[in-house]
Design a protein around this ligand. Structure first.
Ligand code: NAD
Ligand code: 89V
Length: 344
């Protein structure tokens, strides 16, 4: 009987409860959530009490040394990612860090190199590719149902009030590309492969927001495919598709589209099929977040399996560097109004 993997979660804020619930659900698959940590100790204590977790800490160093952690899951805002990752890696503890990976490509490379030098697994919790719709679409592509994908549109367009749950986003100097662009650009890589050129135009259309709230991006992939990748929190429509990502992909012998009701239509030489891409696999899931919440569980299960097998995650640090490089290239393109080759 294998020993359970001792997991510690750092960060007990808005989104962490989805990670905590996921790790608790994975106790049947060999995970043991033994501790939570938050620099606001009262938050850690409240979380530990609410979810029945053994111990709460106010700092990662104490947790790592005291609780014999095997795998740390960092669910804090981006400014704290690098010091927290470095604390874990310095202790030889495998780490998962939430998106966005870091504050800059240099930051992300430094963390990746540090983990490699210490032969310690470092993954990024980028979960849009783990959503059920994304997996179903990738499966259709892998099975050649539409032939060779050669054009696509990936759109996360909403007027959802993200600021109530995540007020700090109003003040981010680099906002929507780092909050949503990381997700939709990762999907573009996932569906169409690596990127030769990216062009981007950014806008700030909402009042009281420091950074850009709208990104419209055009990608040319190494395969020759072209994708249009969009994200905004300034889109007012009814019904609002939040948090669905609307996807259209055309190929050499067919096409597919994912609509706001999560209906997936796949059209090929033999006609069209329609199916629901919805899911609510988690008892603790609540609409409209349920597909996102399921993806958190699926991603954590993937990271747990990778930890046990020693196999790097799909969204390993090394892989997510490429998505992050696309984000940086988008900012460069928007500043120069020219196509940019991502730095990877
Ligand atoms: P939050 O600010 O609500 O919570 C972060 C918590 O971390 C706070 O309680 C804070 O006290 C704590 N913290 C900060 N620095 C710390 C440190 N050095 N040590 C210990 N604790 C520390 O943030 P949030 O909205 O929960 O977002 C956290 C991360 O999750 C962000 O990177 C965000 O982009 C990401 N996120 C991802 C998804 C998704 O995967 N779909 C959704 C929402 C947020
Ligand atoms: O996924 C995220 O990072 C959040 C969202 C609201 C899109 O879930 O900001």
């Amino acid at each position: 009987m294998r020993e359970p993997v001792r997991v510690g979660v750092v960060g007990c804020g808005f989104f962490a409860r989805n990670h905590i619930q996921s790790w608790l659900d994975l106790s049947g698959q060999g995970a043991k959530l033994v501790a939570v940590c938050d620099s606001d100790r009262s938050r850690a204590d409240k979380c530990a009490a609410e979810f029945g977790i053994g111990v709460a800490y106010g700092d990662i160093e104490t947790m790592l040394s005291d609780a014999k952690i095997d795998l740390v899951d960092i669910v804090t805002q981006v400014g704290s990612h690098r010091p927290l990752v470095e604390s874990a890696i310095n202790c030889g503890v495998a780490a998962i860090v939430q998106k966005p990976f870091g504050l800059s490509l240099e930051d992300c490379r430094a963390m990746t190199d540090h983990a490699d030098a210490r032969d310690t697994l470092l993954s990024v919790h980028e979960n849009f590719r783990f959503q059920r719709p994304s997996r179903l679409i990738q499966s259709a592509l892998e099975n050649g149902l539409i032939g060779q994908p050669n054009w696509g549109r990936i759109a996360f367009r909403t007027g959802y009030d993200v600021f109530t749950g995540q007020p700090y986003l109003r003040d981010e100097p680099r906002f929507v590309v780092m909050d949503l662009g990381v997700h939709v650009l990762d999907l573009a890589r996932y569906f169409f492969g690596e990127v030769n050129w990216i062009s981007a135009e950014l806008q700030t259309r909402l009042d009281g927001v420091q950074g850009e709230d709208t990104a419209t991006m055009l990608l040319r992939h190494k395969s020759g495919a072209v994708s249009v990748v969009e994200c905004t929190y300034a889109s007012f429509q009814d019904p609002d598709p939040f948090p669905a990502t609307l996807i259209e992909i055309e190929g050499s012998k067919g096409g597919l589209r994912l609509d706001s009701d999560l209906c997936l239509t796949i059209s090929g030489p033999e006609g069209a099929t329609r199916s629901s891409a919805d899911t609510n696999s988690r008892a603790w899931g609540e609409k409209p977040w349920h597909v996102v919440q399921d993806s958190v569980y699926q991603a954590c299960a993937h990271f747990l399996e990778g930890f046990r097998s020693g196999i790097p995650a799909e969204t390993s640090a090394a892989d997510n560097l490429k998505t992050f490089a696309l984000c940086e290239a988008a900012y460069t393109s928007a500043a120069t109004h020219a196509a940019v080759k991502p730095d990877y």
